[in-house]
Design a protein around this ligand. Structure first.
Ligand SMILES: [Zn+2]
Length: 100
């Protein structure tokens, strides 16, 4: 992607772990993550894990202000705190990059 970073949402990883079944130990899952990181490194990428509930699209990447609500149809929004205009996806990507 545009940042050369692979982001994995923590809850998705847990869902993946669930898919692997009860027989898969925590160690097995960790080895899986290590392989993932190794593959990413070989491709010159970094693996980052972010909290799924981080409000990436509602947080102003300029000043950190968090909107109470952001309708899914809203593509751009103006920050009431600093006045900067945020593109939904671009803003979310910047925030995720900062957290990761
Ligand atoms: Zn702002």
């Amino acid at each position: 992607d545009r940042f050369d970073v692979l982001y994995f949402e923590t809850l998705n990883l847990k869902a993946m772990q669930r898919l692997w079944g009860r027989k898969v130990s925590d160690l097995g899952f960790r080895s899986f993550l290590q392989i993932l990181e190794w593959v990413a490194q070989k491709k010159g990428k970094v693996v980052a894990y972010i909290d799924r509930w981080f409000p990436s699209s509602k947080t102003c990447s300029g000043c950190g202000y968090v909107l109470d609500e952001l309708d899914l149809s809203v593509r751009r929004w103006r920050c009431p705190s600093c006045g900067s205009e945020n593109d939904r996806d671009e803003n979310a990507a910047i925030n995720i990059k900062q957290v990761g």
